[in-house]
Design a protein around this ligand. Structure first.
Ligand code: Z5A
Ligand code: MG
Length: 212
């Protein structure tokens, strides 16, 4: 009988839609043998450079270089993720490739279109399920909004457009669920997510989907 590998679940969305809150609740619901990874992973050397870029407006770096750092930060965790899944652990991710492409492409820099931004993430392991949290009311009153680079409403609108273009490009209908969190309490969102996650099929070990 072939053993199943763990499930790879990603929570994505615009700023302050409650991703980190829900990732932590999902981790608690899965219980033991669950790994939670947040991107950017600010604990690594690359992640520390990203952190400086996000929090210090005077820190200058070309947009292309910033984009490659975010991608490198995912690549440096790729083997770790695959090994955890093969060991049977469920892995939950807080942002990943979709944020990576959407935030960079939204800058509208010549030569940095969606395809260019996506190209360096080709080959990374693709989640079994991506939950995209959408709040139709503004998130800008939620705690912390506006403290880092990118956190303003006009830029967030451009990012939203890029997320949807990427979902279309990656033919995401089989592994993406858009979760409307408008007007929902934290507990209500958590219940919606848990219902969707429980419906995800078990995946035989050795089978990985990749971003192609
Ligand atoms: N970025 C990029 O450019 N390229 C990449 O490759 C990647 C990321 C991976 C930092 O990301 C920036 O990096 C981000 C994208 C870019 N740019 N921006 N802007 P981050 O993930 O580190 O950002 P963050 O600081 O964790 O913020 P966030 O992820 O946007 O927030 P959140 O996780 O979605 O929300 P939260 O922390 O769970 O909740 C925020 C507050 O709302 C908190 O007080 C909660 O208690 C409250 N909350 C949560 N849910 C609810 C509900 N349902 N009702 C009421 N209040 C709620
Ligand atoms: Mg977060």
């Amino acid at each position: 009988m072939s053993k199943n590998r763990g499930k790879l679940i990603l929570i994505e969305g615009l700023d302050r839609t409650g991703k980190s809150t829900q990732c932590e609740l999902l981790r608690q619901q899965f219980g033991e043998s669950t790994t939670l990874l947040k991107f950017p992973d600010r604990s690594t050397a690359i992640g520390q450079q990203i952190n400086q870029y996000l929090t210090d407006p005077s820190y200058k770096l070309p947009d292309q270089a910033v984009h490659l750092l975010f991608s490198a930060n995912r690549w440096e965790r790729n083997d770790y993720i695959r090994n955890k899944l093969l060991m049977g652990d469920n892995v939950i991710m807080d942002r990943y490739v979709y944020s990576g492409v959407a935030y960079s492409a939204a800058k509208g820099i010549e030569g940095m279109d969606l395809e260019w931004c996506y190209s360096c993430d080709r080959g990374l392991v693709r989640p079994d399920l991506t939950l995209f949290l959408v709040n139709h009311e503004s998130n800008d009153t939620r705690e912390g909004f506006g403290e880092e680079r990118y956190e303003n409403n006009s830029f967030q609108e451009k990012v939203r457009e890029q997320f949807y273009k990427l979902f279309e490009k990656l033919d995401s209908q089989n592994d993406l669920v858009i979760v409307d969190v408008t007007g929902c309490t934290i507990d209500q969102v958590s219940k919606k997510i848990w219902t969707i996650v429980q419906d995800t099929k078990q995946i035989p070990s050795t089978t990985f989907k990749l971003f192609e």
